[in-house]
Write a protein of this length. Structure first.
Lengths: 102, 619
C-alpha cells in the first residue's frame, strides 16, 4: 500500500471539515448537529496525523489521542444536555431553544 | 496694629457668614447687633489704624500684610496680601464709616421686612468684598473683591424678588457690568502673560521700565482696564444699568450704587495710574467719556419724576466728573471728589429714603410737595446735600472737590480746556436738577400728608453725613482759600507731590457763579412746585436716558433673540446628536444578530475564523 501524499490527506481533512460544518449549519436536529461536530473533530484529527507523518514526528499522534478524549467528553456532555432539553420540551429542533435571545 | 488690618474685611465677612447660616433662627435684635456692630467695629479699627499710620504733614506710612500664599503656578505666584497706603486708607475709611452709618440707617429702614437677616448678610458681604477690593495688593485679589461686590449688588437690587421687575433690574445690572468685567479680566490676562505677575507695585515697576510711553501695549492694557472701570462705574456706554438698579432698597442705593461700589472704577484707574500715564490715548478717552457722561446724564436728571432716578442720574454724572479728573491726570482731585461725593450722595439718598418711608413708599415727586414743614429735619439734610452736590461756593464740600477737578482740567492743555467747559456746563445742569428736585418735593402745595416720625437710627446718620457734607471740603482747599492740604498729604505717597497749578482766578470765579445761576433758574421755574414741565419730544428722549436702552435692545438684544430662535436646535449640537444616533443605529443592527439560534452563532464563528485566517495567511 503506497504512502498517501500529505496534500491529499489535508485535502480530505478539509473536505470532511467542510461537510461537518455544513451539517452543523444546515441540520436543525440536535443529534445530527452533534454527529456533524464529531465529523469536524475527526477531520482535525486526520490533519494532525497527516502532519505528524509528513514531518515524522510523534506529536501528531499524541494530538489525535487528545482530540479523541475531547470528543468523548464533549459527546457525553452534549448528550446529557439534549436529554435534559428533551424532558423540558419534547423536541430536538435547535432553533426552538432560543430563549436566551438578547 | 498693622496685623489688625486683616480684621477690617474679616469682621464683616464673619458676620455675613453667621447671618447666612442662622438667618431663620436669629431674631431682629441679633441681626442688628451682628450686622451693624461688625461694620461699626471695622470702622473703629480702620480709624485706629489710619490714626497710627498717619504722620507729620498727613503723610501715610504704607505697609503690607501678607496673609498667605495663594497659589504657585510656575513663576506665577500671587499672594493674599493687603496693602495700606494713602489711597487704600481713604477708601477703607469711606467704606467702613459711611458703610456703618448706612447700616445703622438700614436697620430702621427695613424694620419688619421678612428678609431682614438676608439683607444684612448681603450688606456685610458687600462691605467685606469692597474692602478686599481696595486693600488688595494684587490685581487678582482685587478681581475677587470686584466680582464679590458685583454679586452683592445683584443680590441686593433683586432683594424684593417678589416683583419680576426687580429681578430683571438685577439681571440687567449683572449682565451689563459683566461686559466691562470681561474687558478687565482680559487686561489682567494680558498683564499676567507680559510680566508674569499681577502684584500692583511690581506691575507698575515693570510697565515703566519696559513699556515706552504711548506705545501699543500700555495703551491696550489701559483700555482693557478702562473697560472694566466703565462697566462698574456706570459710564458711557455701559451706564444703563445704574438707573434700573434703583429697584433695590434705598440704603442699598446709597451704599452700593452711590457711595462705594460704583466708584470702584475710579479707584481702579487711580490705583493703576502709572499704567494710564503711559497711555495718553487711554487717558484722553477716560476724560472724554467722563465729560460726555456727566453732560448726558446731567441732562437726563433734569426731567425725571422719580426721586431715586434723579439721584441715580446724578450719581452717573458725578462719577463722570471723577473720570474727567482722571483723564486730565488730576488723580488726587478724583479721589477727593469720590470722598465728598460719598458724603453728600449718601446723605441725599438717605434723606430721600426717609421721605419715601414717610410717604408710604411713594417715589413719584409729582405726588409730593410742601414737605418742608412736615419734616424740617429731613428738609435741612436734603438742603445741605443738594447744596453740596450743586457745589454751592465756599460753604460746601462739593464746591472744593469740584474746584479741584475743574482746576486740574484748566491746567491740562487744550483738551483740558474743552473738558473744563463740559465740567462747568455740567455744574450748571447739576444745580438746576437737584434744586428742581428740592423745590418740587419740599416747596409748593402739599398733596399728601406724611405719617409717622423719623427715628434716631435714621436721624443720626443723616446728621453725621450732613456735617461731613459741609466740613468735608476742609480736606483740601485752593491756595486762594486757605490752602489746606490734608488730602494731598495723604495721597502724596501714592500720586507723588501735587502739581502746583498756576491758580487762575477767572475760571474759579466763573465755576463758582454757575451753580448760583442754576439755582436761581430752578427757583424761577419750580419754586412753587412742579409748575414748569417743558413737555416736548426732546424731554421724552431725556427721560428715557437718551434711549440707550432702546438702541441696545435693537442692536444687541433683538438680533441675539432672533439668533436664539433660528438656532433653537443648536447647529453644533447636531454633531453630537448625530454621534448618538449612529450609536443607536449600530446597537439596533448588532442586536439583530443576537437571535438566540445556535446555528447562526456557529455560522458567525466559522465566518469569523475564516476571516481571521484569511487575514493571517494573505497579509
Amino acid at each position: 500500500m503506497g504512502a498517501v501524499a500529505p496534500t491529499n490527506a489535508i485535502l480530505l481533512a478539509a473536505i470532511l471539515f467542510g461537510l461537518g460544518l455544513a451539517g452543523v449549519l444546515i441540520r436543525r436536529n440536535l443529534i445530527f448537529m452533534l454527529m456533524s461536530i464529531e465529523i469536524m473533530l475527526n477531520a482535525t484529527g486526520l490533519a494532525f496525523v497527516a502532519g505528524g507523518a509528513r514531518w515524522a514526528q510523534p506529536d501528531g499522534q499524541i494530538m489525535f489521542l487528545l482530540v479523541l478524549t475531547l470528543a468523548a467528553a464533549e459527546i457525553s456532555v452534549g448528550l446529557a444536555l439534549i436529554l435534559l432539553l428533551q424532558t423540558r420540551r419534547p423536541t430536538l429542533d435547535s432553533d426552538v431553544g432560543n430563549r436566551l435571545k438578547g | 496694629m498693622q496685623q489688625l488690618l486683616a480684621l477690617v474685611p474679616a469682621l464683616p465677612l464673619l458676620a455675613a457668614v453667621l447671618l447666612m447660616l442662622s438667618s431663620t433662627s436669629i431674631n431682629t435684635n441679633g441681626v442688628r447687633i451682628l450686622g451693624v456692630g461688625s461694620v461699626g467695629i471695622a470702622a473703629l479699627l480702620a480709624c485706629r489704624i489710619a490714626f497710627a499710620q498717619t504722620g507729620a504733614g498727613w503723610a501715610v506710612q504704607p505697609f503690607d500684610v501678607t496673609l498667605w500664599h495663594w497659589m504657585r503656578i510656575g513663576s506665577f505666584a500671587p499672594d493674599v496680601t493687603l496693602h495700606l497706603d494713602g489711597l487704600s486708607m481713604v477708601m477703607m475709611l469711606v467704606i467702613t464709616v459711611i458703610g456703618f452709618l448706612i447700616h445703622l440707617y438700614a436697620s430702621a429702614y427695613l424694620d419688619d421686612d421678612p428678609g431682614y437677616a438676608r439683607f444684612f448678610a448681603c450688606m456685610n458681604l458687600f462691605v467685606a468684598a469692597m474692602l478686599v477690593l481696595v486693600l488688595a495688593n494684587d490685581l487678582l485679589l482685587l478681581y475677587v473683591g470686584w466680582e464679590g461686590v458685583g454679586l452683592c449688588s445683584y443680590l441686593l437690587i433683586g432683594f424684593w424678588y417678589d416683583d419680576p421687575a426687580n429681578g430683571r433690574a438685577a439681571r440687567k445690572a449683572f449682565i451689563v457690568t459683566r461686559v466691562g468685567d470681561t474687558a478687565l479680566i482680559s487686561g489682567l490676562f494680558l498683564l499676567a502673560t507680559m510680566f508674569g505677575t499681577l502684584s500692583i507695585p511690581a506691575l507698575m515697576q515693570h510697565a515703566t521700565t519696559s513699556w515706552p510711553m504711548g506705545t501699543a501695549m500700555p495703551t491696550l492694557a489701559a483700555f482693557l482696564l478702562l473697560g472694566g472701570a466703565l462697566g462698574k462705574s456706570a459710564q458711557l456706554p455701559l451706564q444703563t444699568w445704574l438707573v434700573d438698579a434703583m429697584a433695590g432698597p434705598t440704603p442699598v442705593s446709597a451704599l452700593i450704587h452711590a457711595a462705594t461700589m460704583v466708584t470702584a472704577g475710579v479707584y481702579l484707574i487711580a490705583r493703576t495710574h502709572v499704567l494710564f500715564a503711559l497711555a495718553p490715548d487711554a487717558l484722553l478717552a477716560t476724560g472724554l467719556i467722563g465729560g460726555a457722561t456727566l453732560l448726558l446724564s446731567g441732562a437726563s436728571a433734569l426731567v425725571q419724576t422719580d426721586i431715586k432716578r434723579v439721584l441715580a442720574y446724578s450719581t452717573i454724572s458725578q462719577i463722570g466728573y471723577m473720570f474727567l479728573a482722571l483723564g486730565v491726570g488730576a488723580w488726587d482731585a478724583a479721589i477727593f471728589h469720590l470722598v465728598t461725593h460719598a458724603f453728600f450722595k449718601a446723605l441725599l439718598f438717605l434723606a430721600a429714603g426717609a421721605v419715601i418711608l414717610r410717604m408710604h413708599h411713594e417715589q413719584d415727586i409729582t405726588r409730593m410737595g410742601g414737605l418742608r414743614t412736615a419734616m424740617p429735619g429731613i428738609f435741612l439734610a436734603f438742603v445741605i446735600g443738594s447744596a453740596s452736590l450743586a457745589a454751592l461756593p465756599l460753604v460746601t464740600a462739593g464746591f472744593y472737590s469740584k474746584e479741584a477737578i475743574l482746576g486740574g482740567a484748566w491746567d491740562a492743555g487744550a483738551s483740558g480746556r474743552l473738558l473744563w467747559c463740559a465740567g462747568v456746563i455740567g455744574a450748571f445742569l447739576t444745580a438746576i436738577y437737584i434744586f428742581r428736585l428740592l423745590f418740587v418735593v419740599f416747596f409748593g402745595e402739599q398733596h399728601h400728608h406724611p405719617h409717622g416720625v423719623t427715628g434716631w437710627r435714621i436721624g443720626v446718620p443723616l446728621a453725621v453725613l450732613a456735617v461731613l457734607a459741609i466740613i468735608g471740603g476742609a480736606l483740601q482747599t485752593p491756595a486762594l482759600l486757605g490752602g489746606i492740604a490734608i488730602m494731598p498729604g495723604i495721597l502724596g505717597g501714592v500720586f507723588g507731590t501735587a502739581r502746583e497749578g498756576a491758580l487762575a482766578v477767572l475760571p474759579l470765579v466763573v465755576a463758582s457763579l454757575v451753580p448760583l445761576v442754576g439755582i436761581g433758574l430752578a427757583w424761577r421755574w419750580w419754586g412753587a412746585g412742579l409748575t414748569s414741565r417743558f413737555e416736548t419730544r426732546f424731554t421724552d428722549l431725556l427721560r428715557d436716558g437718551w434711549d440707550f436702552d432702546l438702541a441696545y435692545d435693537r442692536m444687541i438684544v433683538q438680533p441675539l433673540m432672533w439668533l436664539v430662535r433660528v438656532n433653537h436646535h443648536d447647529v453644533i449640537d447636531s454633531v453630537y446628536e448625530g454621534l448618538g444616533a449612529l450609536a443607536k443605529r449600530a446597537h439596533a443592527g448588532l442586536s439583530l444578530s443576537e437571535n438566540g439560534r445556535v446555528r447562526w452563532y456557529a455560522g458567525w464563528l466559522a465566518a469569523g475564523s475564516v476571516a481571521a485566517l484569511a487575514i493571517a495567511v494573505l497579509s
